[in-house]
Design a protein around this ligand. Sequence first.
Ligand SMILES: NC(=O)c1ccc[n+]([C@@H]2O[C@H](COP(=O)([O-])OP(=O)(O)OC[C@H]3O[C@@H](n4cnc5c(N)ncnc54)[C@H](OP(=O)(O)O)[C@@H]3O)[C@@H](O)[C@H]2O)c1
Length: 317
Amino acid sequence: MITKNKDRISIPTTFIIFGATGDLTRRKLAGSLLNLYCKGLMPDNFQVMAVSRRDYTDQQFRDFIYENSLKDLEYKFSKNDISDFLTKITYIKGYFSEESTYEKIKKHLSSNAGGLNICDNKLYYLAVPPKYYLDIFKNLSKSGLTLSCSPESGWTRVLVEKPFGRDIGTAIKLDRMLGKLFREEQIFRIDHYLAKDTIQNILFFRFSNIIFDPVWNNNYIEKIEIKLLEDLDIGTRGSFYENIGALRDVGQNHMLQMLALIAMENPKSLSAEKIREERTKVLRSLVVIDGPRDIAKMVTRGQYKGYREHKDVDRNS
Ligand SMILES: NC(=O)c1ccc[n+]([C@@H]2O[C@H](COP(=O)([O-])OP(=O)(O)OC[C@H]3O[C@@H](n4cnc5c(N)ncnc54)[C@H](OP(=O)(O)O)[C@@H]3O)[C@@H](O)[C@H]2O)c1
Protein backbone atom coordinates (compact mmCIF):
# COMPACT_ATOMS: atom_id res chain seq x y z
CA MET A 1 0.00 0.00 0.00
CA ILE A 2 1.38 3.39 -0.96
CA THR A 3 1.43 5.80 1.97
CA LYS A 4 0.41 9.41 1.35
CA ASN A 5 3.18 11.60 2.69
CA LYS A 6 2.25 15.10 3.79
CA ASP A 7 5.63 16.49 2.72
CA ARG A 8 5.23 15.17 -0.80
CA ILE A 9 6.45 17.54 -3.50
CA SER A 10 3.50 18.75 -5.51
CA ILE A 11 5.43 19.95 -8.58
CA PRO A 12 5.45 17.29 -11.30
CA THR A 13 8.92 15.87 -11.71
CA THR A 14 10.70 13.93 -14.41
CA PHE A 15 13.75 11.78 -13.61
CA ILE A 16 15.83 11.32 -16.72
CA ILE A 17 18.28 8.46 -16.19
CA PHE A 18 21.16 8.14 -18.64
CA GLY A 19 22.57 4.62 -18.56
CA ALA A 20 19.28 2.97 -17.66
CA THR A 21 20.33 -0.60 -18.46
CA GLY A 22 23.57 -0.37 -16.46
CA ASP A 23 24.65 -1.93 -13.20
CA LEU A 24 23.92 1.13 -11.02
CA THR A 25 20.36 1.52 -12.32
CA ARG A 26 19.66 -2.19 -12.04
CA ARG A 27 21.20 -2.75 -8.63
CA LYS A 28 20.48 0.51 -6.87
CA LEU A 29 18.45 3.22 -8.59
CA ALA A 30 15.39 1.24 -9.71
CA GLY A 31 14.86 -0.29 -6.26
CA SER A 32 15.47 3.06 -4.50
CA LEU A 33 12.93 4.87 -6.67
CA LEU A 34 10.39 2.11 -6.05
CA ASN A 35 11.08 2.35 -2.32
CA LEU A 36 10.47 6.13 -2.33
CA TYR A 37 7.34 5.64 -4.42
CA CYS A 38 5.88 3.07 -2.03
CA LYS A 39 6.69 5.26 0.98
CA GLY A 40 4.82 8.15 -0.64
CA LEU A 41 7.99 10.21 -0.94
CA MET A 42 7.91 10.69 -4.70
CA PRO A 43 6.19 13.78 -6.10
CA ASP A 44 2.44 13.40 -6.69
CA ASN A 45 3.05 13.36 -10.38
CA PHE A 46 6.33 11.96 -11.64
CA GLN A 47 7.76 9.97 -14.46
CA VAL A 48 11.04 8.20 -15.09
CA MET A 49 12.56 8.55 -18.52
CA ALA A 50 15.16 5.86 -19.12
CA VAL A 51 17.82 6.53 -21.75
CA SER A 52 20.22 3.90 -23.11
CA ARG A 53 21.45 2.39 -26.35
CA ARG A 54 19.66 -0.97 -26.32
CA ASP A 55 16.76 -1.49 -28.64
CA TYR A 56 13.82 -1.73 -26.23
CA THR A 57 10.20 -0.63 -26.34
CA ASP A 58 8.72 0.88 -23.15
CA GLN A 59 7.24 -2.49 -22.25
CA GLN A 60 10.43 -4.43 -22.94
CA PHE A 61 12.38 -2.03 -20.74
CA ARG A 62 9.80 -2.34 -17.93
CA ASP A 63 10.09 -6.13 -18.17
CA PHE A 64 13.88 -5.82 -18.06
CA ILE A 65 13.76 -3.68 -14.90
CA TYR A 66 11.18 -5.95 -13.31
CA GLU A 67 13.27 -9.08 -13.96
CA ASN A 68 16.62 -7.56 -13.02
CA SER A 69 15.74 -5.21 -10.18
CA LEU A 70 12.21 -5.24 -8.84
CA LYS A 71 11.16 -8.89 -8.82
CA ASP A 72 13.40 -9.58 -5.83
CA LEU A 73 11.62 -6.83 -3.88
CA GLU A 74 8.25 -8.55 -3.97
CA TYR A 75 8.80 -9.71 -0.40
CA LYS A 76 8.72 -6.02 0.58
CA PHE A 77 6.29 -4.34 -1.81
CA SER A 78 3.04 -5.55 -3.30
CA LYS A 79 2.85 -6.71 -6.91
CA ASN A 80 0.27 -4.00 -7.58
CA ASP A 81 2.52 -1.22 -6.33
CA ILE A 82 5.39 -2.54 -8.41
CA SER A 83 3.16 -2.70 -11.50
CA ASP A 84 1.92 0.86 -10.88
CA PHE A 85 5.48 2.08 -10.49
CA LEU A 86 6.51 0.42 -13.75
CA THR A 87 3.82 2.29 -15.67
CA LYS A 88 5.64 5.53 -14.77
CA ILE A 89 8.69 4.48 -16.78
CA THR A 90 9.25 5.21 -20.45
CA TYR A 91 12.28 4.25 -22.51
CA ILE A 92 14.27 6.22 -25.06
CA LYS A 93 16.84 4.46 -27.20
CA GLY A 94 19.82 6.61 -28.09
CA TYR A 95 23.58 7.02 -28.02
CA PHE A 96 24.99 9.67 -25.69
CA SER A 97 27.11 11.26 -28.42
CA GLU A 98 24.24 11.70 -30.89
CA GLU A 99 22.21 14.92 -31.00
CA SER A 100 19.14 12.94 -32.09
CA THR A 101 19.00 11.32 -28.60
CA TYR A 102 18.50 14.74 -26.98
CA GLU A 103 15.96 15.77 -29.59
CA LYS A 104 13.97 12.65 -28.69
CA ILE A 105 14.17 13.51 -24.98
CA LYS A 106 13.08 17.07 -25.68
CA LYS A 107 10.17 15.96 -27.80
CA HIS A 108 9.07 13.51 -25.17
CA LEU A 109 9.40 16.05 -22.35
CA SER A 110 7.50 18.75 -24.15
CA SER A 111 4.74 16.43 -25.25
CA ASN A 112 4.30 15.35 -21.66
CA ALA A 113 4.52 18.86 -20.20
CA GLY A 114 2.31 20.17 -22.98
CA GLY A 115 -0.24 17.43 -22.40
CA LEU A 116 -0.47 18.22 -18.69
CA ASN A 117 -0.13 21.95 -19.29
CA ILE A 118 2.58 22.24 -16.67
CA CYS A 119 6.22 23.10 -16.23
CA ASP A 120 7.89 20.17 -14.46
CA ASN A 121 11.08 19.70 -12.42
CA LYS A 122 13.78 17.79 -14.24
CA LEU A 123 16.57 15.75 -12.74
CA TYR A 124 19.20 14.41 -15.10
CA TYR A 125 20.88 11.44 -13.45
CA LEU A 126 24.13 10.42 -15.13
CA ALA A 127 24.37 6.70 -14.29
CA VAL A 128 27.14 6.32 -16.86
CA PRO A 129 30.91 5.86 -16.86
CA PRO A 130 32.65 9.26 -16.51
CA LYS A 131 34.06 9.22 -20.06
CA TYR A 132 30.53 10.11 -21.27
CA TYR A 133 29.99 13.10 -18.99
CA LEU A 134 31.35 15.74 -21.36
CA ASP A 135 29.35 14.43 -24.32
CA ILE A 136 26.17 14.43 -22.26
CA PHE A 137 26.74 17.90 -20.77
CA LYS A 138 27.50 19.40 -24.17
CA ASN A 139 24.49 17.85 -25.81
CA LEU A 140 22.16 18.74 -22.94
CA SER A 141 23.25 22.33 -23.27
CA LYS A 142 23.12 22.46 -27.06
CA SER A 143 19.60 21.06 -27.14
CA GLY A 144 18.38 23.58 -24.53
CA LEU A 145 17.51 20.82 -22.07
CA THR A 146 19.45 22.51 -19.25
CA LEU A 147 17.12 25.50 -19.28
CA SER A 148 14.23 25.76 -16.87
CA CYS A 149 10.87 25.80 -18.58
CA SER A 150 9.75 28.81 -16.51
CA PRO A 151 11.55 31.35 -14.29
CA GLU A 152 9.08 30.80 -11.41
CA SER A 153 8.81 27.03 -11.16
CA GLY A 154 10.30 23.87 -12.52
CA TRP A 155 13.94 23.38 -11.52
CA THR A 156 16.54 21.59 -13.60
CA ARG A 157 19.21 19.63 -11.75
CA VAL A 158 22.01 17.33 -12.71
CA LEU A 159 23.41 14.50 -10.65
CA VAL A 160 26.81 12.99 -11.41
CA GLU A 161 28.31 9.87 -9.92
CA LYS A 162 31.81 9.20 -8.77
CA PRO A 163 34.50 8.96 -10.00
CA PHE A 164 34.46 12.56 -11.13
CA GLY A 165 36.92 12.57 -14.03
CA ARG A 166 39.95 10.43 -14.66
CA ASP A 167 42.55 12.65 -13.00
CA ILE A 168 42.92 16.19 -11.66
CA GLY A 169 43.01 17.68 -15.19
CA THR A 170 39.81 16.03 -16.37
CA ALA A 171 38.07 16.73 -13.05
CA ILE A 172 38.83 20.46 -13.37
CA LYS A 173 37.67 20.46 -17.00
CA LEU A 174 34.41 18.75 -16.02
CA ASP A 175 33.85 21.13 -13.16
CA ARG A 176 34.35 24.17 -15.41
CA MET A 177 31.95 22.74 -17.95
CA LEU A 178 29.35 22.02 -15.25
CA GLY A 179 29.85 25.51 -13.83
CA LYS A 180 29.07 27.06 -17.22
CA LEU A 181 25.87 25.08 -17.68
CA PHE A 182 24.44 24.96 -14.18
CA ARG A 183 24.46 27.02 -11.01
CA GLU A 184 26.21 25.34 -8.08
CA GLU A 185 22.92 24.60 -6.31
CA GLN A 186 21.72 22.69 -9.38
CA ILE A 187 24.69 20.31 -9.30
CA PHE A 188 24.73 17.17 -7.15
CA ARG A 189 28.02 15.25 -7.01
CA ILE A 190 27.18 11.97 -5.38
CA ASP A 191 29.25 9.59 -3.32
CA HIS A 192 26.62 7.22 -1.94
CA TYR A 193 29.16 5.83 0.53
CA LEU A 194 28.72 8.88 2.74
CA ALA A 195 25.09 8.02 3.34
CA LYS A 196 25.84 4.55 4.66
CA ASP A 197 24.88 4.11 8.32
CA THR A 198 28.32 2.80 9.28
CA ILE A 199 30.01 5.87 7.79
CA GLN A 200 27.55 8.30 9.37
CA ASN A 201 28.02 6.52 12.68
CA ILE A 202 31.75 7.34 12.69
CA LEU A 203 30.88 10.94 13.56
CA PHE A 204 28.53 10.03 16.39
CA PHE A 205 30.86 7.33 17.65
CA ARG A 206 33.73 9.84 17.80
CA PHE A 207 32.16 13.05 18.97
CA SER A 208 29.21 11.96 21.11
CA ASN A 209 31.03 9.37 23.12
CA ILE A 210 32.81 10.51 26.27
CA ILE A 211 34.88 7.32 26.42
CA PHE A 212 36.45 7.68 22.98
CA ASP A 213 36.47 11.44 22.39
CA PRO A 214 39.33 12.25 24.85
CA VAL A 215 41.63 9.46 23.61
CA TRP A 216 41.06 9.79 19.88
CA ASN A 217 44.35 11.49 19.10
CA ASN A 218 47.99 10.79 18.24
CA ASN A 219 48.97 10.31 21.88
CA TYR A 220 46.94 7.15 22.02
CA ILE A 221 46.59 6.00 18.41
CA GLU A 222 49.75 4.87 16.65
CA LYS A 223 48.39 4.35 13.15
CA ILE A 224 45.20 3.96 11.13
CA GLU A 225 44.73 1.28 8.50
CA ILE A 226 41.77 1.50 6.14
CA LYS A 227 40.89 -1.69 4.32
CA LEU A 228 38.23 -1.80 1.65
CA LEU A 229 37.49 -5.45 1.06
CA GLU A 230 35.13 -6.58 -1.70
CA ASP A 231 33.41 -9.93 -1.73
CA LEU A 232 31.98 -9.45 -5.24
CA ASP A 233 33.96 -9.82 -8.43
CA ILE A 234 33.56 -7.31 -11.27
CA GLY A 235 30.46 -9.07 -12.61
CA THR A 236 29.33 -7.50 -15.87
CA ARG A 237 31.43 -4.35 -15.35
CA GLY A 238 34.49 -5.45 -17.32
CA SER A 239 34.56 -2.41 -19.56
CA PHE A 240 34.13 -0.08 -16.56
CA TYR A 241 37.09 -1.57 -14.66
CA GLU A 242 39.26 -1.72 -17.76
CA ASN A 243 38.76 2.02 -18.26
CA ILE A 244 38.59 3.28 -14.69
CA GLY A 245 40.19 0.67 -12.47
CA ALA A 246 39.40 -0.15 -8.85
CA LEU A 247 41.51 2.65 -7.35
CA ARG A 248 39.66 5.43 -9.18
CA ASP A 249 36.37 3.71 -8.44
CA VAL A 250 36.78 3.66 -4.67
CA GLY A 251 40.17 5.13 -3.68
CA GLN A 252 40.01 8.91 -3.90
CA ASN A 253 36.34 8.95 -2.93
CA HIS A 254 35.16 6.25 -0.51
CA MET A 255 38.52 5.62 1.17
CA LEU A 256 39.47 9.27 1.52
CA GLN A 257 36.02 10.06 2.87
CA MET A 258 36.54 7.43 5.54
CA LEU A 259 39.99 8.74 6.32
CA ALA A 260 38.69 12.30 6.62
CA LEU A 261 35.89 11.31 8.98
CA ILE A 262 38.26 9.29 11.14
CA ALA A 263 41.03 11.89 11.33
CA MET A 264 39.22 15.23 11.32
CA GLU A 265 38.88 17.52 14.31
CA ASN A 266 35.53 18.00 16.01
CA PRO A 267 33.49 20.29 13.73
CA LYS A 268 31.93 23.29 15.46
CA SER A 269 28.53 22.00 14.44
CA LEU A 270 27.20 19.06 12.48
CA SER A 271 26.19 21.28 9.55
CA ALA A 272 27.35 20.20 6.09
CA GLU A 273 29.63 23.28 5.79
CA LYS A 274 31.40 22.77 9.11
CA ILE A 275 31.93 19.07 8.49
CA ARG A 276 33.24 19.87 4.99
CA GLU A 277 35.68 22.45 6.40
CA GLU A 278 37.16 19.94 8.83
CA ARG A 279 37.33 17.18 6.23
CA THR A 280 39.10 19.54 3.83
CA LYS A 281 41.78 20.30 6.45
CA VAL A 282 42.59 16.58 6.73
CA LEU A 283 42.77 16.12 2.97
CA ARG A 284 45.02 19.18 2.57
CA SER A 285 47.41 17.83 5.16
CA LEU A 286 48.00 14.52 3.36
CA VAL A 287 51.43 13.84 1.95
CA VAL A 288 50.95 12.77 -1.64
CA ILE A 289 52.94 9.81 -2.92
CA ASP A 290 54.76 11.42 -5.78
CA GLY A 291 57.03 10.20 -8.54
CA PRO A 292 57.76 6.69 -9.83
CA ARG A 293 60.33 5.90 -7.12
CA ASP A 294 57.94 6.59 -4.24
CA ILE A 295 55.13 4.80 -6.01
CA ALA A 296 57.30 1.72 -6.60
CA LYS A 297 58.35 1.77 -2.94
CA MET A 298 54.96 2.36 -1.36
CA VAL A 299 52.34 0.88 -3.65
CA THR A 300 51.61 -2.75 -4.40
CA ARG A 301 49.32 -3.43 -7.30
CA GLY A 302 47.49 -6.68 -7.91
CA GLN A 303 44.82 -8.41 -9.90
CA TYR A 304 42.62 -11.21 -8.66
CA LYS A 305 42.82 -14.61 -10.31
CA GLY A 306 40.21 -14.92 -13.05
CA TYR A 307 39.89 -11.16 -13.71
CA ARG A 308 41.09 -11.54 -17.31
CA GLU A 309 38.46 -14.16 -18.05
CA HIS A 310 35.58 -11.70 -17.56
CA LYS A 311 33.64 -10.31 -20.51
CA ASP A 312 35.06 -7.03 -21.95
CA VAL A 313 38.40 -7.51 -20.16
CA ASP A 314 41.60 -7.51 -22.21
CA ARG A 315 43.28 -10.94 -21.93
CA ASN A 316 46.58 -9.08 -21.31
CA SER A 317 45.12 -6.58 -18.87
N1 LIG B 1 27.47 -0.01 -10.27
C1 LIG B 1 27.55 0.46 -9.03
O1 LIG B 1 27.27 -0.22 -8.05
C2 LIG B 1 27.98 1.89 -8.83
C3 LIG B 1 28.02 2.39 -7.52
C4 LIG B 1 28.36 3.74 -7.34
C5 LIG B 1 28.66 4.53 -8.42
N2 LIG B 1 28.63 4.02 -9.67
C6 LIG B 1 28.95 4.93 -10.79
O2 LIG B 1 27.81 4.99 -11.64
C7 LIG B 1 28.22 5.18 -12.99
C8 LIG B 1 27.63 4.06 -13.85
O3 LIG B 1 28.16 2.82 -13.43
P1 LIG B 1 27.56 1.43 -13.91
O4 LIG B 1 28.24 0.40 -13.11
O5 LIG B 1 26.07 1.44 -13.90
O6 LIG B 1 28.09 1.37 -15.42
P2 LIG B 1 27.62 0.35 -16.55
O7 LIG B 1 27.08 -0.90 -15.95
O8 LIG B 1 28.77 0.24 -17.49
O9 LIG B 1 26.39 1.08 -17.27
C9 LIG B 1 26.56 2.04 -18.27
C10 LIG B 1 25.23 2.33 -18.93
O10 LIG B 1 25.43 3.26 -19.99
C11 LIG B 1 24.96 2.69 -21.22
N3 LIG B 1 25.86 3.13 -22.28
C12 LIG B 1 27.20 2.93 -22.35
N4 LIG B 1 27.69 3.56 -23.45
C13 LIG B 1 26.63 4.18 -24.05
C14 LIG B 1 26.51 5.01 -25.20
N5 LIG B 1 27.57 5.35 -25.93
N6 LIG B 1 25.29 5.47 -25.52
C15 LIG B 1 24.20 5.13 -24.79
N7 LIG B 1 24.25 4.34 -23.69
C16 LIG B 1 25.46 3.88 -23.33
C17 LIG B 1 25.06 1.19 -20.99
O11 LIG B 1 24.26 0.53 -21.93
P3 LIG B 1 24.46 -1.07 -22.18
O12 LIG B 1 23.67 -1.73 -21.10
O13 LIG B 1 23.90 -1.29 -23.53
O14 LIG B 1 25.93 -1.35 -22.07
C18 LIG B 1 24.56 1.13 -19.56
O15 LIG B 1 23.16 1.35 -19.51
C19 LIG B 1 29.75 5.18 -12.96
O16 LIG B 1 30.20 6.50 -12.90
C20 LIG B 1 30.07 4.45 -11.67
O17 LIG B 1 31.31 4.81 -11.13
C21 LIG B 1 28.29 2.73 -9.91
